[in-house]
Design a protein around this ligand. Sequence first.
Ligand SMILES: [Fe+2]
Ligand SMILES: [Fe+2]
Ligand SMILES: [Fe+2]
Length: 417
Amino acid sequence: MLTENTINLGNLLLSISDAIDIVNRSLSSHQMRTAFIAWQMTESAKMPKNTKERILIGALLHDVGALTPEDKIRLHNFEENSLDAHCSRGAELFELSPLLQPSAAMVRYHHKPWEKWMGATIADPDVFDSQLLYLADLVERLIKRNIFILHQHEKIIQKIIARTGSEIHPDIVDLFVNVSKREEFWLDLLSPRLFSLLLHHGPCKKTELEIMEIFSIVPFVRSIIDFKSHFTATHSTGVAECAYHVAKLFGLTDKTISRLKLAGYFHDIGKLAVPNAILDKPDKLTKTEFAIIKQHTYFTYSVLSTIGGLGDIPEWAAFHHEKLDGSGYPFHVDRTKINTGSRIMAVADVFTALAEDRPYRSGMQRSEIAKILANMAKDQGLDKRIVELLLDNFEDIRENVREQQALVHAEYNKLVS
Ligand SMILES: [Fe+2]
Ligand SMILES: [Fe+2]
Ligand SMILES: [Fe+2]
């Protein structure tokens, strides 16, 4: 029986995929559209459910190895010469979660042309999946976003047929040609309702997860959020760990404590929608740039609340820049609307950020952090009780946060070097 705390896997992954590609108009929905093309081909080939699911999952997140939006845009526009780095990094990221691991191989080889698969057979699932994704990704990138789809689809089909036997196996091309005959396929592909189409009719429509099962996808999600920049490489881990300890000291229930930890890992998911040129800028941000930063918690809320079944988590995660006097952003809620979970998240975020290096300053020492936190509590920004709780247990919390961040830092160095 489904409980209110059940989360649909398709919705979770579609929401993450959408958040990644929303950053730029020329990129938006790239992975989702690629997933739709791949799914339609698996439907036409009458593949078993688990194969359809594995291919959909891989396609939805296939470019995560391109860590910054700028890298993704270059790939999308055929401007990147070395395609291997994002494929191998993407596969390593998929390996971090048991839910995604079965799709790691197709991500690893999604730009490997058929002629390079020496001695391989298309009956091998790794080869089949990779070739299918190769084609789906290419079709999506060949679409010109400023031209009506039915005025260009025949040309795209011809471009794919021209690659038969060299870049793409004939069986995969046949599958695509079969699917692409229907105008309906192209209209669906470009439809603004694609998200809901995949959600309600896609292979994951009935795959539900218990809320705690989401922890299995945490190493993947926090990596794609934080590894965008070396300044934030362990930020979500720090916030999650700090929130966890403060919540424990506050005496919240075990269930709430774990959920707050989850909110910590997801609190900056909206940063996927912010270009690195702004996140990594060494100088003070202009008003225009800061307006773009302000979107990130809005997107955090919209992504997490769209997933459904997460209870208070979207709010806890998204209110971390709100202030008790209502002067925060972007919701401008005040103390009457900001509950304990959100207050803990806000303190954990400030504490973690102050201790970390930023493009414009180095990480701060205890005395400086304590001074800023105390001032923010005095000026009605942060909750005074929570700040005091943290300051009373400063060394303990900092030690735990540092320990967890060091583990993730090692992962980051391995992946990015
Ligand atoms: Fe790619
Ligand atoms: Fe791609
Ligand atoms: Fe933030």
